[in-house]
Design a protein around this ligand. Structure first.
Ligand code: BGC
Length: 421
């Protein structure tokens, strides 16, 4: 009897006996994947992985949980794991993966990792999140970075703008747009979006050594410093350039404002580029990508990993096929060309990428060598989720005026981080 027929027959027999039918019995050549890639660009990028697996003979059972930044997805994942029903794999960020690994919920992928020498091609900084006690249990499909500006080129030309090289020049550029009657800054007023923007503001204000001291080391002096206060002052300046309807807006709707020319610029991770790509907009011609002013030479990263959960033994083959696909140079190129991110594998050529992608790839290599490749605080690559959430809470309260002064914001930030430790 063929394997599939065997499972169908046993499932029918089991249900005839009134026994619970295991969810996996229907098809062992299937992967169930949880993710939050629901925008146009995200879905188009994911389609490259789905079709690669389809060619290998694996079906894809989609568990999409909308919500940029992934907070809603992480809640669903937690519930599935608690119910003993984890997906084959889940999109995951940084410290979330380490928590599941520590709890013994992830599968060992060393059988593939050793054969394919993943340790040689993935940056060491990322391996902290992909391995536990020398075992690979999560795999990175990309490297995103958050310190970018995405600019509508026609609007830029109309206002006679040039690339801002520091924060003051950025403010001058936003002023030009305002005078020309264009919305200067497209923002979605959600905690994770404001936090993501503040990651860049802190880097621009204090530089990489300060960023690391404050966010990676949680050095109390750095967190309470005049530099941190200045970063909040700078964030406050940006408030003057958003439109009145920014609160609660999804990130991709903010990107659409820039694509349409209703707004000049969005400060966002390079997943924003995926939206330009699916709208058939061309880098350098229709839109511009610059590093957030004052952060050139640094990369504030967040990498999308798939955490590989413990699945019944008969689903293990499908899980390994998924891991193999994600780590294949072909998928890492095709997926990231659309997603806006760059390959997590350092050996994938930049040939298929546009000018922003080529810059992204070169920037990651340079920053990694220079020690300026640092994890995003908001995206759970500098600290575990409780601290990252405490941080975005303070940032959003400040941006929306609930915390009134930069002095108060600095004090609240230290307090919230201490409480979350
Ligand atoms: C993820 C990206 C995703 C973005 C918006 C980030 O946390 O790393 O892959 O596109 O959220 O949903």
């Amino acid at each position: 009897m063929k394997l599939r027929n065997f499972y169908l027959a046993s499932a029918m027999a089991a249900s005839a006996l009134g026994l619970a039918v295991p969810a996996h019995a229907a098809d062992v050549k299937q992967v169930q994947v949880l993710h939050w890639w629901t925008s146009g660009g995200e879905a188009a990028a994911l389609a490259t992985l789905k079709s690669y697996l389809a060619k290998e003979g694996y079906a894809w059972k989609d568990v999409p949980i909308a919500g940029g930044g992934g907070a809603a997805a992480m809640t669903t994942l937690k519930a599935m794991v608690a119910a003993g029903n984890p997906p084959t794999a889940s999109q995951i960020l940084g410290y979330y993966a380490l928590d599941y690994a520590k709890a013994g919920k992830l599968n060992d992928l060393n059988v593939l990792a050793t054969k394919e020498h993943w340790d040689k091609v993935i940056p060491k900084a990322l391996q902290k999140f992909t391995t536990t006690n020398g075992k690979w249990d999560a795999i990175p499909i990309n490297i995103h970075s958050v310190n970018w500006l995405w600019i509508n080129k026609a609007v830029m030309d109309k206002i006679g703008g040039t690339e801002p090289k520091n924060f003051d020049e950025f403010i001058a550029l936003l002023d030009k747009a305002k005078k020309a009657g264009v919305i200067p800054l497209a923002l979605g007023g959600q905690p994770w979006q404001e936090g993501t923007m503040f990651d860049s503001v802190v880097m621009s204000t204090g530089g990489p050594a300060f960023y690391k001291k404050a966010f990676v080391d949680l050095d109390p002096t750095a967190l309470k410093s005049a530099t941190m206060k200045k970063a909040f002052d700078n964030l406050a300046k940006l408030r003057a350039y958003v439109d009145p309807n920014y609160a609660g807006r999804d990130w991709n709707l903010a990107t659409a404002m820039v694509i349409k020319g209703d707004a000049l610029v969005q400060v966002m991770g390079d997943w924003a580029k995926g939206e330009f790509t699916v709208a058939h907009k061309v880098a350098g011609k229709d839109f511009l990508c610059y590093r957030f002013p004052g952060t050139e030479g640094t990369v504030i990263y967040n990498t999308d990993m798939f955490a590989m959960f413990q699945v019944p033994a008969d689903l293990r083959g499908a899980q390994l096929a998924l891991a193999d696909a994600v780590m294949s140079p072909a998928v890492q190129s095709a997926f990231n060309v659309i997603k806006g991110s760059v390959p997590a594998r350092m050996d994938v050529p930049d040939t298929a990428f546009d000018m922003c992608g080529k810059k992204g790839i070169a920037d990651v290599k340079k920053a990694d060598a220079a020690g300026t490749f640092v994890g995003s605080m908001t995206q759970n690559y500098a600290q575990p989720p409780a601290i990252a959430t405490a941080y975005t809470d303070v940032v959003t309260k400040f941006f929306h005026g609930e915390i009134k002064t930069s002095d108060a914001a600095v004090a609240e930030l230290s307090k919230a981080i201490d409480a979350a430790k």
